[in-house]
Design a protein around this ligand. Structure first.
Ligand code: FE2
Length: 261
């Protein structure tokens, strides 16, 4: 299967650009499934029901998120009913929404899990304890033809360790959250496609998608509670990876896709 994963969408310009590109790319590259991380899609903080609907309408199959999932409160009732919008699996018991899902697309069945790491991140349950749960739910060549885990986190080492723990059992492990694309895309020893961070879809003339002066002021004046971060308004670059999997569900290739900007 050919699957496109698009990294963290930051703000309106990036989401309009991504939605347009999803439509084009799906046809041009004959993509079987599209997964998008949308946790910063609404003005840089969170996501709304109508933004999710727009992505699904454009052709996205599953949406993933991370630490900003609850920034827009209206998403709570939406995610409670959705099988295609995920929040991190390792949020405390009783949290609304799903952390894993299995859906059908024309080319087969895909499974997606969304987890959040522990180092330098908001508190969640220990992420490594969720690996057996993922492996029990997403079984390649059994209940899914392709499986992807979005590892939302800051520390590269932790993301790589998760990928090593999942190698050979899922089709792909992709990192999100830092908003900076890494150049380490590879097929791991046992056949899992991996990249430490896909990178954001947003304005790269910025500090991780936000206006530079605002972000700099945050560092210069950390106690100024009035300083707000705003989405940088330059032209966005879309960052994603294109993953090609084999008949056995493991991956043949992972290639970065960077458009615009
Ligand atoms: Fe994040």
């Amino acid at each position: 299967m050919k699957v496109l994963f698009i990294g963290d969408i930051v703000g309106k310009k990036a989401r309009n650009f991504a939605q347009k590109k999803i439509v084009d790319l799906k046809e041009q590259l004959q993509i079987d499934a599209i997964i998008v991380n949308v946790e910063n899609a609404a003005g840089g903080f969170g996501v709304t029901p109508s933004i999710c609907d727009d992505f699904f309408l454009a052709g996205a199959d599953v949406l993933t998120t991370g630490n900003h999932i609850w920034d827009k409160r209206e998403i709570i009732s939406y995610i409670s009913k959705s099988e295609r919008l995920l929040r991190p699996l390792n949020m405390i018991k009783g949290t609304p929404g799903l952390g894993m899902t299995i859906i059908k697309v024309d080319a087969g069945t895909i499974g997606v899990a969304n987890i959040m790491t522990n180092l330098f991140m908001a508190r969640t349950d220990p992420v490594f304890e969720k690996v057996p749960e993922i492996l029990k739910y997403l079984k390649l060549n059994n209940n899914v033809d392709f499986s992807l885990v979005d590892v939302h986190g800051e520390a590269s080492s932790e993301k790589m360790a998760i990928a090593y723990a999942l190698d050979g059992s899922v089709s792909a492990v992709v990192g999100t959250h830092t908003h900076v694309p890494t150049a380490d895309h590879q097929i791991l020893e046992k056949g899992t496609a991996y990249i430490t961070d896909v990178g954001m879809s947003g304005d790269y003339n910025s500090i991780i998608g936000m206006k530079k002066d605002d972000a700099l002021n945050r560092f210069l004046h950390p106690n100024n509670k009035k300083s707000r971060l705003e989405v940088s308004q330059g032209e966005p670059t879309l960052c994603g990876v294109l993953i090609d999997s084999d008949i056995n569900g493991l991956s043949k290739s992972i290639n970065p896709l960077r458009l615009g900007g």
